[in-house]
Design a protein around this ligand. Structure first.
Ligand code: UDP
Ligand code: MG
Length: 313
C-alpha cells in the first residue's frame, strides 16, 4: 500500500517550510511508502521557489506548478491525476489541518473507501465562516442524502479508484463524498484537529457560500436527471402545454359557436404563452437528451493546464 498526500497552495510562502517539516515527521512514521504532491496554484509570492527548494532536498515530494490560479478544486484535480498512491489524502497547505491526524485517517481506510474529516472545534470566525458552513452542511446533507457534518473540511482520504474517474468542476471538490456515495462507496467521518490560520491570509470570504449553493444545485440536478433530462423538463412542458390548449380551446369555442370577440382578452395571451412555454420545455428536454449523450460519450478535457511537473517520475 502506498499513500499520496495532495496539497494545494496559493500564496502560502509563510507556511510552506513548516508544513513540509511537520508532514515529513508524521509520514516517516506510518511505515508505508508515500509521496507528497504540492500543487502550486499560480502563486504570486515565493511559494513555488520554496517548494522547488524542498523538492530538491526531499525526493518523496513532487511539485506541480499550475500556469495561473485555477482555484482549489482544479489544484486538487491536478494532484489526483499525478498521484500514484493506493490511498490519496488531501489537506490544506495553511496548517489549519493537522498532519498528526493522517495516521488515524489512513488506519480507517482499511474498512472504508472514503474518510472525511470533521473540524468539530473549528477555529474560524463564526459569522463569516462557521455559521454559513453549518447551514451549508445541513443543506448539502438534506439535498444529497449523504449526511456529513463538515463537507468543507479538506482533510479527507480516498481509495484510488474512488477518484480515478471523477471529473471535478467549480467548487466541486467538497461534493466528492456525495457523488462517490452514489457509486456505492463506504464513507466514514472522523473528528480532526483544526487550528486557526496563524500565517498568511484566507483566500475565501462569505461569497463562496453562494458558489457552493449553485454547485449543489448542479450536483443535485446531475444526480437526479443527468441521464434523463426529458423526464425533468418534459412534465413541466406537458402541464404547461395542456393548460394552454384548454384555454385556447375554450376561447376558440366561444368565438366559433357564440361569435364572441376574443382579440382583446388577456386569456388569449396566457393560452398562447402556455403553449409556447410547453413546447419550449419539451424541446429543452430533448436537447438535454442529446447533450447527455455527447457528455457521456466524448472524452472530457481536464480543467487545468500544467506548466511543468517537478520531481521524480
Ligand atoms: N488555495 C488554492 N487556490 C486558491 C485558493 C486557495 O490552492 O485559489 C489553497 C490555499 O493555499 C490553502 C487551501 O487552498 O492551502 C485552503 O484555502 P484557505 O485556507 O484560504 O481557505 P479556508 O481555510 O479559509 O477555507
Ligand atoms: Mg485555511
Amino acid at each position: 500500500m502506498t499513500v499520496s498526500v495532495v496539497i494545494p497552495l496559493y500564496n502560502e510562502e509563510e507556511n510552506v517550510r513548516e508544513l513540509h517539516a511537520r508532514l515529513k515527521a508524521v509520514l516517516d512514521t506510518i511505515g508505508t511508502e508515500y509521496e507528497v504532491l504540492f500543487i502550486d496554484d499560480g502563486s504570486t509570492d515565493s511559494t513555488l521557489a520554496l517548494l522547488q527548494d524542498i523538492q530538491a532536498q526531499d525526493s518523496r515530494t513532487i511539485v506541480l506548478s499550475l500556469r495561473r490560479n485555477f482555484g482549489q478544486t482544479a489544484a486538487f484535480a491536478a494532484g489526483f491525476d499525478y498521484s500514484r498512491g493506493d490511498i490519496i489524502v488531501t489537506m490544506d497547505g495553511d496548517l489549519q489541518n493537522d498532519p498528526n491526524d493522517i495516521p488515524k485517517i489512513i488506519a480507517m481506510m482499511k474498512d472504508n473507501d472514503l474518510v472525511s474529516g470533521w473540524r468539530k472545534k473549528r477555529k474560524d470566525p463564526f459569522l463569516s465562516r462557521r455559521l454559513p458552513s453549518i447551514m451549508a452542511n445541513w443543506l448539502i446533507s438534506k439535498v444529497t442524502g449523504v449526511n456529513l457534518h463538515d463537507y468543507g473540511c479538506s482533510l479527507k482520504a480516498y481509495k484510488r479508484d474512488v477518484i480515478k474517474n471523477l471529473k471535478l468542476y467549480g467548487e466541486m471538490h467538497r461534493f466528492i463524498p456525495a457523488v462517490a456515495s452514489w457509486y456505492g462507496v463506504r464513507i466514514a467521518e472522523v473528528e480532526t484537529t483544526h487550528h486557526p490560520r496563524l500565517r498568511g491570509k484566507s483566500k475565501y470570504g462569505i461569497s463562496r457560500t453562494v458558489k457552493v449553493v449553485l454547485d449543489l444545485i448542479t450536483v443535485k440536478f446531475l444526480q437526479s436527471f443527468s441521464t434523463k433530462p426529458l423526464q425533468f423538463f418534459g412534465p413541466i412542458g406537458i402541464v404547461s402545454g395542456m393548460m394552454g390548449l384548454v384555454i385556447s380551446l375554450y376561447l376558440a369555442m366561444g368565438k366559433l359557436l357564440l361569435g364572441r370577440e376574443i382579440g382583446g382578452r388577456p386569456l388569449l395571451l396566457l393560452g398562447a404563452l402556455l403553449i409556447i412555454v410547453g413546447i419550449q420545455f419539451i424541446g429543452m428536454g430533448l436537447l438535454g437528451e442529446m447533450m447527455v449523450r455527447v457528455y457521456h460519450e466524448t472524452q472530457k478535457k481536464p480543467i487545468y493546464v500544467i506548466k511543468k511537473v517537478i520531481g521524480p517520475g
